[in-house]
Design a protein around this ligand. Sequence first.
Ligand code: COA
Length: 337
Amino acid sequence: MKGAKIVGWGSGLPKKVVTNFDLEKLFETSDDWIFQRTGIKERRVVDPDLGENAVSLGAEAALKAIESSSKYNDKQINVEDIDLIICATATGDYLFPSTACLIQAKIGAVNATAFDLSAACSGFIFALNSAYNYIKVGQYKNVLVVGVDIMSRFTDWSDRRTAILFGDGAGACLLTQCDDDAFKSFFIKSKGDVECSLNVPNTGGKYPLSQEQITEKQAMVYMDGQAVYQFAVKAVPEALENACAQAGVEPQDIDWFIPHQANMRIIQSAAKRFKIPLEKFICNIDHFGNTSAASIPIAMDEALALGTIKFNPSKRQKLALVGFGAGLTWGASVLEF
Ligand code: COA
């Protein structure tokens, strides 16, 4: 059995910024309300006129992750070396082909196999787990994991309960086979949510969309905010506790937590529960909102770019990644980087 490590990070973000003040013009809300309840000040939203979409942002993140392998690996990995691309998304540009296949074509990863994985906001952790296992059994050597979501496509811009939360973006990381395994544990869970507290009720799949359903905005995000909040404040600690226990470490031994950026209060509640200073949690929700499957790699990529997390090949740091989302799905991973 081989091991794996992450040797590249990248992100792709839309140019257009939508602030809370912009939202004040769309519905009855305030910058203060949104910031107090969520920690969000602004988010990015794709502009189709600029050619921004899931594939363009995903490809940008993927190329940057590959390029950064010159910084984080002893040898540069090239796009032709990629043998698998897993794209975590619930909002791809097409129902088919997969976003992963289209990213493959756009970046010229001619030797890669590519497929999408759907686990909503937990998608990045689920895809990372799959990527790791493919390397572990020896089937692939260089695997690109992309998380991308264009939530603005399914946002009802007149619904103040949901429109405040989400943003668009892509993040990616590159895994390569190695002898000194950097991954210490994975914990991923699902619990089919019959009440469907977070969903897009109808995209024309189960039943063709009628004009009435379009008018009723049934192809938009529905969320029972309080139910999702209650789920999240339990799921995050459960995932972290299990991932740490499997890795044989205490949460206090973790150098950096990179949580899914859904709500600052959910992150604060996890920090409080483990009595860990909030400074150890990488947070950028204030300027990107909840970018779903992209939020963890975007946060990690930004932390490296800002120098908050410093890469030191001779002294790997312990990271705990944790996510949760629709499905319901949740999971965490402890790894060294
Ligand atoms: N601006 C102003 N008021 C708002 C508002 C907004 N954007 N959105 C809701 N309100 C109002 C409600 O209408 C309600 O008013 P009422 O009491 O007169 O009916 C009041 O604020 C409280 O609403 P509630 O839904 O109970 O607020 P909340 O404290 O639960 O906060 C969320 C709402 C969405 C911020 C919170 O539930 C949350 O973050 N949930 C988790 C969501 C999440 O993480 N989703 C992604 C998972 S991957």
